[in-house]
Design a protein around this ligand. Structure first.
Ligand SMILES: Cc1cc2nc3c(=O)[nH]c(=O)nc-3n(C[C@H](O)[C@H](O)[C@H](O)COP(=O)(O)O)c2cc1C
Length: 218
């Protein structure tokens, strides 16, 4: 596999063909990419809401109808699938306990000592962000962005077009989906599907700073 070719060929889709839908088997693969995305201390401080129906996409598009966001609303409505990436609003002890229990059930702890050591190490990092850096929300949202990156590259590998979308009003989306009540907040959206003839970005050359500006070798 030429992974660089996939990175060079992907682009941010600016207009979708509403008639083309992602096959169910590929949607399952994309879900697996989201679920297995890595996160610091395996914290998985996220939830992903996927809309494939017109009704579901219309609910999400409500957050991208005003002013500069309006062009994103059209992408959301015409895409095959739309993913809302949510972060937890707390990294509380209940979440940490369920995480440890899940890892135990998945066979990660051959001895009680290994489980206790993991719990202790995890407490160090959560305490660091909670009490010293005081950036737990920001830390969790960084993890959510890793899942976005994983999804974007994976979609490109499957020849599915995608649009990462920060241009929406999170307050409207949180309200529409009742996210706060679920201990969640919306962070970023990804539209997925297949480009239409109006996707001007597909015809433009990609633009990035030169290699030596962004990468140094020691
Ligand atoms: C986190 C993030 C948010 C973005 N938000 C939007 C957006 O709201 N609308 C949009 O059309 N493109 C959005 N983009 C696309 C970027 O403009 C695009 O990735 C960048 O210009 C590079 O182009 P390329 O993705 O085609 O390689 C976003 C990209 C990222 C990574």
């Amino acid at each position: 596999m030429d992974i660089a070719r996939i990175a060079l060929n992907r682009h941010t889709c600016k207009a979708y063909d509403p008639a083309r839908k992602i096959p169910a088997a590929q949607v399952e693969q994309l879900k697996t990419l989201l679920r297995f995305s890595p996160s610091s201390i395996n914290s998985q401080p996220w939830h992903f809401i996927i809309a494939a129906s017109d009704e579901g996409k219309a609910r999400i598009a409500k957050a991208a109808q005003q002013g500069p966001y309006a062009a994103n609303g059209t992408k959301i409505l015409n895409a095959s699938h739309v993913v809302v990436f949510c972060a937890r609003t707390t990294m509380d002890d209940t979440h940490l306990a369920s995480l440890l229990a899940q890892e135990d059930a998945d066979g990660r702890y051959p001895t009680p000592e290994s489980k206790a050591a993991q719990s202790k190490g995890r407490s160090f990092y959560t305490g660091l962000h909670r009490y010293d850096y005081k950036d737990t929300q920001h830390w969790m949202e960084k993890q959510v962005y890793l899942a976005l990156g994983t999804l974007l590259l994976g979609a490109a590998a499957l020849e599915i077009d995608a649009t990462p979308i920060e241009g929406f009003d999170p307050r409207i989306l949180n309200e529409e989906l009742g996210l706060r009540e679920q201990g969640l907040t919306s962070v970023v959206i990804a539209a997925l599907g297949y480009r239409s003839a109006d996707d001007f970005n597909a015809k433009l050359p990609k633009s990035r700073f030169p290699m030596e500006r962004v990468i140094s070798e020691l």
